[in-house]
Design a protein. Sequence first.
Length: 94
Amino acid sequence: MGKWPSCEKLSCHRSPDLAKKTLHIQVNGESQELPDGLSLEDLVRRLSLPATRIAIELNKSVARRADWARTILAEGDRVEIVHFVGGGNSAARF
């Protein structure tokens, strides 16, 4: 199983005005506070994940890689990210 990036990796320092423009989601069962307007593609990039070796489920539906850039995260979304290893025979959650 891969190690999930810490919340610190997702956090950024914001002014009080910008702090209002955040959303709360679950990523692999862990609560995260992220900037509003973030796409799945942005989340993958922000977490420094290898986009070619992961699959994403958003609210219990598989998110097609071709849709990641236009899929904007919303308050309360539940994201599951799975990383494929060892020739695709097994999978590990981040």
